[in-house]
Ligand binder design. Sequence first.
Ligand SMILES: Nc1ncnc2c1ncn2[C@@H]1O[C@H](COP(=O)(O)OP(=O)(O)OP(=O)(O)O)[C@@H](O)[C@H]1O
Length: 815
Amino acid sequence: MSSQVNGRPTGPGGTVKDREIAVEQRYVDTAYARLEEMRADAQAMIREGYRQSLAGTKASLVDRDAMVHQAALRVQALDVADDGLVFGRLDLASREARYIGRVGVRTSEHDSLVIDWRAPAAEDFYRATPEDPRGVVRRRVLHSRGHTVVDLEDDLLDPEAADGMTVVGDGAFLASLARTREGAMRDIVATIQREQDEVIRAPADGTVLVRGAPGTGKTAVALHRVAYLLFRHRRRFGSRGVLVVGPNRRFTAYIERVLPSLGEGSATLRSLGDLVDGATATVHDTPRLARVKGAEAMVTVLRRAVADHAPGAPDELRVVFKGVVVTLDRARLDRIRNEVHRRSRGSVNAARGRAAEMLLDALWRRFAEIGGPEAAEAEEGAEAGLWNAILAADGLASLDEEPARGNGAGNGDPKRAQFDARVREQRAFTDFLVAWWPIRRPLDVLRSLGDPARLRGAAGRDLDRADVEPLAASWAGDGAPLSYQDVALLDELDALLGAPPRPSRRRRPPSEDDPFVVDGVNILTGEEVVDETWEPEMQELTTSMERLERSRRVDDGVVEERPEYAHLVVDEAQDLSPMQWRMLGRRGRQASWTIVEDPAQSAWEDLAAARRAMEAALGGERPASRGRRRNRKAPPPRARHEYELTTNYRNSTEIAAVSARVLARALPEARPARAVRTSGIEPVVRVVPEPDLGPAARAAVEELLDQVEGTIGLIVPLSLEESGGQASLFDGPATAWDAADRDRLGAGLPERVQVLDVLEAKGLEFDAAVIVAPETVAAQSPRGLRVLYVAVSRATQRLTVLTADPRWKDTLLTG
Ligand SMILES: Nc1ncnc2c1ncn2[C@@H]1O[C@H](COP(=O)(O)OP(=O)(O)OP(=O)(O)O)[C@@H](O)[C@H]1O
């Protein structure tokens, strides 16, 4: 027999619930006491690590590093568990009770006190249902504040086996969904639902693809999965890293506390605008420009741009050899440049040496063509022995002897070697080389396309001619802001240009008279000529933190090494352009992936092209097979596991009904998720004349400030002027919600109000949302209705929509 008691007084000890809370509190106190001991042990280990380092041997420093690192991680994890350490209890049919918490805690005799939520033994806590109780009779969720248990909620899963077990609860789960939002996402570790848990614990290999409508917990699930993967496969994912990518910086700021609250500080969290070191996106493109910049055709355009001559490159090379002037004109130089590019795709910046060799080849041929050898001999009045005399003077073999090894095309011709050596020495040649084949940064190339003529050349037939001017305008000028799509283009350029030649680590003798050394760098090989004492032994003795720091170092805007990760998590994946997929693909060539998306929220017009790019990114690059194995069949495609989340935990049923109506218009065949919480508060739609939209929005926010305690989102249409004045591309209504408008709207409002545009609102949620001008949002792009669908599904409690078009009132409220 069991008894469902919702806090009714039952006698001198208070309510049944109070007594149950007191029992749990005693257990929780024991767990905290042990946690404290474990923390003290870990801190002692850190002290011991530092003590060992005083011993001063190299081995002790390495040991110290490893020990301190491990212990510091442990202290960090234990600190995190300090708040709400224990949140669950399972009572099994076997009468065993299991406690589930943020970290595993064992007694000093190694008996389990608390099971880590990610451990297999905790799975039943999330998976057991009345239909499939998995041996669980009662599941209890403990709500704590700090170290104090303040509430309980039980689920009776197997009433037959309950036999006298107390069951308390008053729908605390639903109440937790209605909680006030504080501006940052929180973990859901205590209330993960079964369908979500299946995603979190999905296999670590291949690709996990998660779909679900707004508010179904896709982001929450993806982040908990990261914590799970790092816990269960620490060696694999911890060392090569996990990258979590969100759509924009506001979003990453919103979710950045979740992983640390789960004890995971090691995953890298970046927005699509921050993935390339040294470049930061600050604006969104207009939908039209985003489509152009994001399309795969840009690969060809950028290839041409890289292969084009650099701005300011000289168009004639002129050297003098033995009084004979040898020149290469523009047409010849262009042919050579094309040939060097053909051979050095992906390593253009490292190809200066090859460029020099090919120039010398061409100069030598030209020298022969113009009768140079005869002219040179005639001028110097030399007999047949002239060459020998010169060669001998240079310490090279005479014509009668074995041919000296040539510097040039490796043909062993001493005349050619002589020619090469003399030309290389000339400042005219080295200066030309540096200007003609400069080390180019991705940003320089992108800026060079700010010149419409140059962009037109690179565009060929791959861009619509009408797009060229606005594209160029968005890149022109050193101070032009970078857009989110631009960052993917910079990454593409980085891949095309390749890293500049790596500075030499070897110590070299000072080489002041080496003609190829300009400003301390050998201009042919790019090697830095290091002449200070270098102590490799000392350099290697660095801590893990220092190594991490060094691996991220950025040199003059060029990334030294693009990091690759063992696992990539992509949120809001439905919005990635093909170019953005390529950018991610380069970071996960050998990775497994978790992809989270809702195609119905996609603002991307050509979803099919984006899908192809996604598949290419996921296909990655398999480790190269060697030798005989090369002819074997291609490896099987990576495993894919697909999941759908179906319950909306964010919106009240009233708000979900409005978003379902927008969805029905945007995508009639799509099914909305089932909302589980009814608030009794109906959304409000007000019709106001267009010029009054701003003041009406202020008034709506002020009203809501009295009605909700937490965050308010004031969501306005896109500004179509932000990324370089492409207003001409705008073919919707003329209201411009530019930054100044938004500042005016937000002026003087408290911090819990955020003014943001519809794209920035992606993935976020607020207690209350005010949506301004749905008619404008819907008309701003071909996928405007989907963008509006995103906007109306942001609020948990209250939704107010302001429209200048009375028809929208019916659309939103009655469908
Ligand atoms: N099992 C759960 N227990 C408690 N809260 C939950 C649960 N699942 C999701 N939530 C909450 O529901 C809200 C929506 O979750 P989340 O933002 O992850 O949804 P989403 O599917 O990513 O939405 P969108 O598509 O709009 O980005 C969040 O506040 C999240 O904490």
